[in-house]
Design a protein around this ligand. Structure first.
Ligand code: OSB
Ligand code: MG
Length: 370
């Protein structure tokens, strides 16, 4: 239980080691908002998974900044004593803005667990100290470059490769990677770039023995995903479509997917993420932890979540150097066996390095009561 005394917002920029291209655009820079809460029991850190523009989600960084300053933080100041489990309800009067709410809840959870000396993994009920990890490979200018990148990541030990696809860049690169690596765990992610007219492409993908096809259609089209799942062999996995436990329940009942990608930011926080995990575990539906090119702070929380027993598939949780020249925290590494260690220290178990944090910060605002 703690009182929130101040909220500090911070805009940071980290250059990506290589451009990351998806069906919705190319990013060369990670621009993130970090949230530090100061409470009467200590401070905690959160990270918003929004980007600079509303492409992956309606939310984006400037909007997280405003909604936090104008509505979310003032509401928490007025809430008196809060527990992490009460944050979502306290902010429930504001519609949507799940990524902004998630960052705040994460920071309050971190503050609370640091004072209790408990790790996030143990608080969530995690059962493993290492988790299997994979890598998400962006769309490349040529098919050869994609095959080369995949070879490099496999050499580093990653257990699963996910290829980004888009119309015009699908069967050929997937076929080339499958031909070069016949036995690897391989999946694709379309980021909502297709529709029902593309059925033949998905029927053809069946030939490649993919682990899953992630988010082929628009995020609002649960019924269309169920339609597609009935017509192909490969399991569908939903990402953008699942914004809450309720969405997950609808998707499972409709048969819109057989696998769920859980991203805490997308669903409003780690606690809702755990509820989706519990639902899927009950229903025997495998889940895995997605990624949003997070800094080490978000990665630490994602590793804790991924230590839960239902996370049976490798997550999009890659080594710091797959993303950045220099992370904000101590670098995360992937072991040769394709696993990553789950942080065991109190709270997130990691801190941003002061010097690197200052060097990467372009804007700070401290929000206080009154
Ligand atoms: O769709 O999973 C996605 C990154 C940004 C936005 C959306 C997605 C991704 C990734 C990267 O695939 C996963 C990672 O953080 O390694
Ligand atoms: Mg995705």
């Amino acid at each position: 239980m703690s009182r929130v005394l101040a909220v500090e917002l911070r805009l940071v920029h980290l250059e990506l080691v290589r451009p990351f291209t998806t069906s919705f655009g190319t990013e060369t820079m990670k621009e993130a908002i970090l949230v530090k809460v100061e409470t009467d029991v200590g401070e905690g850190w959160g990270e918003s998974v929004t980007g600079a523009d509303p492409a992956f989600s309606e939310e984006f960084n400037d909007d997280v900044w405003v909604v936090t300053r104008e509505f979310l933080a003032p509401t928490l100041f007025e809430s008196g004593d809060v527990v992490p489990e009460g944050v979502a309800a306290a902010l429930g009067g504001y519609r949507g803005h799940r990524m902004a709410k998630s960052a705040l809840e994460m920071a309050i959870l971190d503050a609370q667990l640091r004072t209790e000396g408990r790790s996030m993994a143990s608080a969530f009920g995690g059962e493993r100290d290492r988790v299997p990890v994979g890598v998400s490979v962006g769309i490349t200018p040529t098919v050869e470059e994609m095959v080369e990148q995949v070879a490099g990541y496999l050499a580093e030990g990653y257990q699963r490769i996910k290829l980004k696809i888009k119309p015009g860049f699908d069967l050929e690169p997937v076929g080339a990677v499958r031909a070069a690596f016949p036995d690897i765990m391989l999946s694709v992610d379309a980021n909502a770039a297709y529709d029902r007219d593309d059925l033949e492409i998905f029927r053809s993908l069946d030939a490649f023995g993919l682990l899953m096809i992630e988010q082929p259609f628009h995020h609002e089209d649960l019924v269309d995903h169920a339609w597609l799942q009935e017509r192909i062999e490969t399991s569908l996995c939903l990402d953008e479509s699942i914004r809450s436990e309720s969405d997950a329940r609808a998707a499972l009942e409709l048969g819109s997917c057989r696998i769920v990608n859980i991203k805490p930011g997308r669903v409003g926080g780690y606690l809702e993420a755990k509820r989706i995990h519990d639902l899927c575990l009950d229903a025997d539906v495998p889940v895995w932890c997605g990624g949003m090119l997070e800094t080490g702070l978000g990665r630490a929380g994602n590793l804790a979540l991924a230590s839960l027993p239902g996370f049976t598939l490798p997550g999009d949780i890659s080594a710091s150097r797959r993303y950045f020249h220099e992370d904000l925290t101590e670098p995360f590494e992937v072991e040769a066996d394709g696993t990553m260690a789950v942080p065991q220290g109190p709270g997130l178990g990691v801190y941003p390095d002061e010097g690197r944090l200052e060097a990467r910060t372009s804007r700070v605002e401290r929000i206080e009561p009154g």
